[in-house]
Design a protein around this ligand. Structure first.
Ligand code: FE2
Ligand code: FE2
Length: 267
């Protein structure tokens, strides 16, 4: 990544943090990555931070202490019931906004930092996932809210399984938000690009977890699950974690992206 030009805000987004190894990698390296890129804002998906399934208040605090300005989540956010009140009390944590509105938390947040106003949006896909509300219409509703908050840099975490659904929402959001990045699969894709109208896009950020694993979990157990089709309980893989995500340069005046590159640490 070249030096940060004037009038550019730089964003780091990090894929799903998986268990203790992921938390350890964040606490050891995220602050120095933020410093080395001169990043202005950092978004981390934390849905697998607590033992691989969901979040606890202490794991959320570890992610924030490591340097995250905003924590997004996904389908696993509901795993630990004790965590649900945190979705209301922490204004810098989001859950997918297209779950029913009566549930705790929200999928939209405005955070001001160093003179810039950032808007975080968290949505979840429906293909091969739970049949919740439409992410396209929920995005439209949030963008009406966003209009009232401008000038603002909007960043969307779209937590979804299907690449076609992710590309579709990316194109739908093009020119209306600065960044739309997919999460959930834990496998980083190499299709990062700035879409024609100025939205930085990647199908999946990847994960912050043990690389020698199957999506951050113990390989032997996952293999047995696949070979036998018996849902043996998955356990966290042991080892050193990598950090996967993106770094995006955003024009502060237009609120649109100039460049995107993948973050792979260690390379
Ligand atoms: Fe995940
Ligand atoms: Fe997920």
């Amino acid at each position: 990544m070249p030096d940060k030009p004037k009038n550019i805000a730089r964003l780091i987004m990090v894929g799903d943090v998986v268990g203790e190894a992921g938390l350890e990698a964040l606490s050891q390296h995220l602050a120095s990555l933020i410093a080395s890129y001169s990043a202005d804002f950092t978004v981390v998906n934390g849905e697998n931070a607590a033992g691989g399934f969901g979040l606890t208040e202490s794991t959320l605090q570890s992610i924030l202490k490591a340097g995250a300005d905003l924590v997004t989540t996904g389908n696993h956010v509901w795993e630990k019931r004790d965590f649900w009140p945190c979705l209301d009390t922490y204004l810098n944590v989001l859950r997918p906004g297209n779950y029913p509105g009566a549930l705790p938390g929200r999928g939209f947040a405005i955070i001001e930092k160093a003179g810039l106003r950032w808007c975080g949006i968290n949505l979840q896909g429906r293909e091969f996932m739970t049949a919740i509300d439409c992410p396209f219409r929920t995005l439209d509703a949030y963008l009406v809210e966003l209009e009232l908050q401008k000038p603002c840099i909007a960043v969307v975490d779209f937590h979804a399984e299907s690449p076609q659904e992710k590309e579709a929402l990316g194109l739908y959001a093009d020119g209306r938000v600065a960044v739309l990045a997919g999460t959930h699969t834990h496998v980083q894709t190499a299709d990062q690009r700035v879409l024609p109208k100025g939205t930085a896009y990647i199908t999946d950020l990847g994960m912050t977890g043990v690389e020698e694993s199957i999506i951050g979990m113990d390989k032997a157990i996952c293999l047995e699950r696949n070979k036998t089709q018996i849902p043996f309980k998955m356990e966290l893989a042991k080892g050193t974690a990598c950090i996967h995500g993106i770094v995006v340069d955003i024009d502060v005046d237009s609120g649109l992206a100039r460049r995107i590159e993948r973050l792979e640490f260690p390379c």
